[in-house]
Design a protein around this ligand. Structure first.
Ligand SMILES: Cc1cc2nc3c(=O)[nH]c(=O)nc-3n(C[C@H](O)[C@H](O)[C@H](O)COP(=O)(O)OP(=O)(O)OC[C@H]3O[C@@H](n4cnc5c(N)ncnc54)[C@H](O)[C@@H]3O)c2cc1C
Length: 461
């Protein structure tokens, strides 16, 4: 029987993004027959409209900054501007190579890839173009879409990240609605490309889910970079003509720019897929799943952005792998949402794992919490790079480190060790005893723990 004729599988997965394809790869590794149904491109948002293309733009932005500022390092260059066609070619080539690699992987592992839009027609069945695929288990992984606000219509010069990623011109000016991860990343890219950027954020600070000190540091750095922002104020309306957009805020003030990027979060992609009809428990469009990612329907799992929580690709990967192993009877331990590393890749980067100081105070009581900030001014490699920032550690008094917060160029790369420290419930004294290579930015991680263990080395003040 050819793949095309086979309709019964151990596992049917609806959605081939981070969550869905990770589940498919792991399940096939564990010997299951798998059908992976995808209506767009294998790889989903992360590969085609999210993580990878934005990080390629951010890298181009970093190159632009370096070219512009190279004389500081004694290197003579002239910065002649941004060739958006070439930037996009580079970005698309990166995505293209990864896409090809992923397609190869899925076919090598014997996963049956079904191209088309699927609809859940029963507790074990999905229909695609009139053909029913049946699985002993079903995994829902249909991802998310860029949300807008009521009355804020997307079109023309009012766009979401989807359109912003395909722009073939550099705006002279841009308004970014939303100071969360996606908003600040685009603001950062455009500023490096020479755009006048203003971010509008309804909450009192940029990256509002991060520790307050990280928000303050980012705001300071953005101010220095000439990125404007208005926090604690809501959007009221927008109008556009062929010259640009005019945004009115709730206090009646207006902002004009070439375009408006709407980056107010992502909603679950779950409408019209048969979920409600099958009796799936949902909340405001999200699929409810327990800590083992079981939905209320036996044999039906949900992973990735449709499950309430952090909308991150590596959470989707981890959940996909978890579900495959759970179905295979390996009984993996439940994933700890607080232990998922979070990186915002703007310049400077903001990264964290575990709890903010405010969350720790609430969880354990303020008397039970201790924190320290290690300033990157004392870190040789950060000085070489010319970046400012810090590592903030939050610990339980006489207990383990429960939160790590990083700000600074390239500091996102340090989140790996931070994650181990949090997940392994390390004490500052444990980490202080480990030797960190000199001169690296990683050394700052060791120094911060030395400071928290009461024996600071290169710490001032
Ligand atoms: C601009 C941007 C930047 C981002 N940057 C990062 C980052 O740096 N790091 C990070 O960790 N995360 C990042 N994310 C988030 C990350 O992309 C998502 O968390 C991740 O893609 C979620 O994976 P998923 O599998 O749940 O959904 P998706 O990747 O959205 O995949 C779902 C797939 O299901 C398919 N599908 C939906 N409905 C059907 C149907 N009925 N039939 C068939 N197929 C269907 C879709 O076509 C899609 O391919 C970013 C997101 C955006 C938008």
């Amino acid at each position: 029987m050819s793949d095309a004729d086979q309709h019964d599988f151990d596992l049917v997965i609806l959605g081939g993004g981070s969550g869905g394809y990770a589940c498919a790869l792991r399940a096939s590794q564990l010997g299951m027959s798998v059908a992976l149904i995808e209506r767009g491109k294998l790889g989903g948002t992360c590969l085609h409209n999210g993580c990878i293309p934005t990080k390629a733009l951010l890298h181009a932005a970093e190159v632009a900054d370096e070219a512009r500022e190279s004389s500081k390092f004694g290197v003579r260059t002239t910065f002649d501007g941004i060739d958006m066609a070439q930037v996009n070619k580079y970005k698309d080539a990166v995505v293209g190579r990864l896409y090809k690699g992923l397609q190869g992987l899925v076919s090598q592992r014997g996963v049956t890839f079904v191209a088309g839009s699927g609809r859940m027609t029963g507790p074990k069945t999905v229909e695609v173009d009139g053909v029913t695929y049946t699985g002993r288990n079903l995994v829902l992984a249909t991802g998310s879409y860029a949300r807008s606000l009521p009355g804020l219509e997307i079109g023309g010069l009012v766009m979401t990240s989807d359109q912003a990623l395909t722009l073939d011109w550099v705006p002279n000016s841009a308004i970014v609605l939303g100071g969360g991860v996606i908003g600040v990343e685009f603001a950062s890219v455009w500023r490096s490309f020479g755009t006048e950027v203003t971010i509008v954020e309804a909450l009192p600070r940029l990256v509002p889910s991060e520790d307050e000190s990280a928000s303050k540091a980012l705001e300071r750095a953005f101010r220095k970079r000439g990125i404007n922002f208005r926090t604690g104020i809501r959007f009221a309306s927008v109008s556009q003509d062929q010259h640009g957009v005019t945004v009115t805020l709730e206090d009646g003030s207006t902002l004009a720019a070439d375009l408006l990027l709407v980056a107010v979060g992502r909603g679950p992609n779950t409408a019209d897929m048969g979920y409600e009809e099958q009796g799936l428990a949902m909340d405001r469009g999200f699929v409810l799943a327990d800590e083992r990612l079981h939905t209320n329907i036996p044999g039906v799992y949900a992973v990735g952005d449709i499950v309430p929580g952090l909308q991150l690709a590596h959470r989707g990967f981890a959940q996909g792998i978890f579900v495959a192993e759970d179905i295979a009877g390996i009984a993996p331990p439940a994933l700890d949402e607080a232990g998922i590393p979070r990186v915002t890749y703007c310049e400077p980067e903001v990264a964290s794992v575990g709890y903010t100081e405010a969350q720790a105070n609430e969880l354990f009581g303020a008397d039970e919490v201790q924190s320290v900030e290690y300033n990157l001014a004392g870190n040789g490699k950060s000085q070489i790079l010319g970046t400012a920032g810090f590592i903030k550690l939050v610990r339980r008094k006489d207990g383990p480190v429960v939160g790590i917060h990083l700000v600074g160029s390239r500091m996102g790369e340090q989140i790996g060790e931070a994650q181990l420290i949090f997940a392994w419930e390390a004490y500052p004294e444990d980490v202080a005893a480990l030797i960190h290579a000199h001169p690296t930015q990683n050394e700052a991680m060791g120094e911060a723990h030395l400071a928290l263990a009461g024996k600071p080395l290169h710490a001032h003040g």
